[in-house]
Design a protein around this ligand. Structure first.
Ligand code: MRU
Length: 363
């Protein structure tokens, strides 16, 4: 997608130098910085400290990290070491384990001298696939938005609500939850997006920045506003992303998503989840019981980052010494999910729904 009229991806390999570059998301929306990741440690820090974030982008970053690692030392020992280091960076988004498992299956059977080239080719494949998956999610989600638009007076926007940033910054391109929005806007379907701020990391500010760069009308709201907006009939459709969805359709996503789903259910607002297939954990059923939820540092709760007189800085928002709890994700049970928007179409959040679209992957 575009930044100041220039097309960017959230991660890419420079065609000339072969270096892997990312948009360093720690400074957005205030500063746009591109950095180069070279050593395995750079990739480790970039994922763990959220320079990159969002399930699909974490997976793609891990694939490039393994390619760098295999270029330096393609031995079995270094494969195991690098894979273990990257796998330990963040626990909830399953795309990380998915990308590393794919590296394992492709690279380990090869003689070490062939691994580096194969690893770069694989990372590029993950990169390209992610773009295509998200483009298709956009096309499939567009049908939902069109359906709602057709029932509204001409010119009246479809009001969407989204939580966190499941935008192009969380993927290689297009985003998951935002892809239907970009497709709708590009086709002239009038939309307006309620953007949840998404404390504590305020990923909503990333979403607002993305939508603003694309010209999509949006309004930034506190996380607690969603229920009220739905009661007033101001939300036609909720679309969120997901970091891990189980085989029966329980959806793990950024903390606060579950409360949005409850409010949507109570108000009869359709609640859809944009779900790329690499985010499905086919080995799990009960999301509440089985998905590991990341606990993040309490300083993210007690402090907040922002721009003040041209400087990005942090301020304390609690009394000195107050302790903060920071579970970073929650699970929305499948009964609260109206449907899953995947690259193969839209299905029920159920075992039958997912297995129907992905008979080759369900087990
Ligand atoms: O902690 P983050 O910022 O990596 O979490 C990302 C999310 O939870 C996103 O909302 C998203 O839905 C998943 S990535 C498309």
């Amino acid at each position: 997608m575009k930044v100041g009229g220039v097309h960017y991806r959230a991660i890419w390999r420079d065609a000339q130098s072969g270096a892997v570059r990312i948009i360093d998301q720690r400074w957005l929306p205030h500063e746009f910085k591109v950095v180069t990741l070279s050593a395995l440690e750079d990739f480790e820090v970039a994922i763990r400290d959220m320079w990159v974030r969002g399930a699909p982008l974490i997976g793609a970053t891990a694939a490039y990290g393994m390619a760098e690692a295999m270029t330096r030392d393609p031995s079995d020992v270094n494969f195991e070491h690098s894979s273990t280091v990257l796998n330990a960076t963040r626990p909830t988004a399953v795309n990380l384990a998915w990308a590393l498992a794919r590296c394992r299956a492709t690279l380990l059977p090869l003689p070490p001298e062939n691994r580096a080239d194969a690893a770069w080719a694989l990372a590029q494949e993950v990169f390209e696939e992610d773009i295509e998956i998200n483009r298709r999610i956009g096309e499939n989600g567009l049908a939902l938005i069109r359906e709602i638009a057709a029932k509204k007076p001409a010119g009246e926007p479809v009001n969407l609500l989204t939580h966190c940033n499941a935008g192009w910054l969380a993927t290689v391109d297009w985003g998951t939850a935002t892809s239907p929005m970009y497709h709708a806007y590009n086709e002239g379907v009038p939309i307006h997006v309620w953007v949840d701020e998404t404390r504590p990391r305020n990923q909503g500010a990333l979403t607002a920045w993305e939508l603003g760069e694309h010209g999509i009308p949006h309004t930034y709201v506190v996380d607690n506003a969603g229920g009220h907006l739905m009661q007033r009939g101001l939300v036609d459709l909720v679309i969120t992303g997901t970091d891990r969805t189980t085989a029966r359709g329980d959806v793990c996503n950024k903390i606060g998503t579950y409360l949005k789903a409850l409010a949507a259910y109570d108000n009869g607002v359709p609640f859809y989840v944009a779900l790329p297939s690499p985010t499905i954990d086919w080995s799990l059923q009960d999301g509440v019981a089985e998905i590991p939820i990341e606990d993040r540092p309490e300083a993210e709760i007690t402090r907040i980052q922002g721009l003040n007189q041209g400087q990005i800085g942090e301020v304390l928002v609690t009394p000195q010494g107050t302790s903060g709890g920071n579970p970073a994700f929650d699970v929305t049970p499948n009964r609260l999910v109206t449907g899953l928007i995947t690259e193969r179409g839209i299905c029920d959040a159920s075992t039958q729904g997912l297995a129907g679209l992905f008979p080759d992957k369900a087990h």
